[in-house]
Design a protein around this ligand. Structure first.
Ligand SMILES: [Zn+2]
Ligand SMILES: [Zn+2]
Length: 328
């Protein structure tokens, strides 16, 4: 069965409804289920076929397993609460002509290569082939664009070279020289975030990224520098069409061409060998100093809460920088 046949079966409801809670082995790095236990059998995921988000916000994984094609759903009991309980529900199995295979006959999982999945996500063209881990990045960012793909590729370099992942993010820091969609990809993939004060941005308009380990001293230290050397993200003609789209003046043909240009750039970014995309080097870098905890006070002028370190001291009272500027 190819994906088209599977989807048409689902559409015709040629499915066996299961709706049972199951235990799932989840790969945090690839953000994909590796397998699950159902009725005493282990089902190994051979290929994630499709990931999509329903209007209720649930994540559905359509998975080719050692025992057929299943739809597995991550259900959050209260989507509005960040720490609410999540559970996995095996929703249905797509009917096929062959009887379900036993798990011990299964084909072993392919090595660490990023698995590809078709996406029905908003923000991605329907026919686009996208690695599954990137889909999670797209959920976070809201759409798939060339800069996001660059950030994703740079994040893969950090994962491979330094073993940087969301699990060990507290040991690392990232510094970026741009403020584009790539930053979202890198924050999501590495777990280093601006809020956690281990992601720093100096907008120089360059896709240059530094990845390093925190050290106990503030001396300069060796870090990995990854720089984009391929102008694959340069879509010059995009600017004009973009203006037209915003103004609602773009024709259907222009819209189509625009989407195709973006899709082509993304596909090229995802398929180019690493050395055609980035130059990598080790450089020495001193980390910006950060304050991990703020003491707060109230601005004596506007009454708003302000960090003591960021306020201006004047005549035995604290002023926020905005008020201080006004009173000068
Ligand atoms: Zn974007
Ligand atoms: Zn103030």
């Amino acid at each position: 069965m190819n994906l088209r046949e599977i989807l048409s079966k689902i559409e015709k409801e040629e499915i066996i409804v299961i709706w049972e809670e199951v235990a799932v082995q989840f790969d945090n790095l690839q953000q994909t289920p590796l397998g699950f236990q159902w009725r005493g059998e282990h089902y190994e995921v051979l290929e994630p076929l499709l990931v999509f988000k329903s209007s209720g916000g649930y994540l559905h994984y359509l998975l080719l397993t050692s025992g057929g094609v299943f739809c597995l759903t991550l259900v959050r009991d209260r989507g509005d609460l960040p720490l609410s309980e999540s559970r996995w529900v095996l929703r249905y199995r797509v009917k096929d002509d062959a009887p379900p295979k036993k798990s011990n006959e299964s084909v072993p999982l392919l090595g660490g290569s990023p698995k590809a999945a078709f996406s029905l996500l908003q923000g991605i063209s329907k026919s686009m082939l996208v690695p599954l881990p990137l889909l999670n990045v797209v959920y976070y960012h809201g759409h798939l664009c060339p800069e996001l793909a660059i950030g994703y590729r740079a994040g893969l370099v950090a994962q491979q070279e330094l073993g940087l992942s969301r699990e060990n993010a507290y040991n690392f820091f990232v510094l970026a020289e741009n403020m584009t969609s790539a930053i979202d990809a890198l924050q999501f993939m590495t777990g280093c975030t601006i809020g956690n004060q281990n992601f720093f941005v100096y907008d120089l308009g360059k896709h240059v990224y530094y990845f390093g380990r925190f050290s106990s001293t503030f001396d300069a230290q060796e870090v990995l520098r990854v720089a984009l050397i391929n102008p694959v993200i340069d879509l010059k003609y995009k600017g004009e069409v973009e203006k037209k789209i915003v103004a609602g003046r773009a024709s259907a043909t222009e819209l189509k061409e625009y989407q195709k240009a973006i899709d082509d750039a993304v596909q090229e970014i995802l398929s180019l060998p690493e050395e055609d995309l980035f130059s990598k080097s080790k450089v020495s870098l001193r980390l910006p100093q950060v304050t991990s905890r703020h003491n707060y006070t109230k601005c004596s002028c506007c009454g708003e809460v302000v960090a003591v370190e960021k306020s201006i001291m004047g005549e035995n009272k604290f002023l926020c920088q905005v008020c201080a500027a006004k009173t000068i």
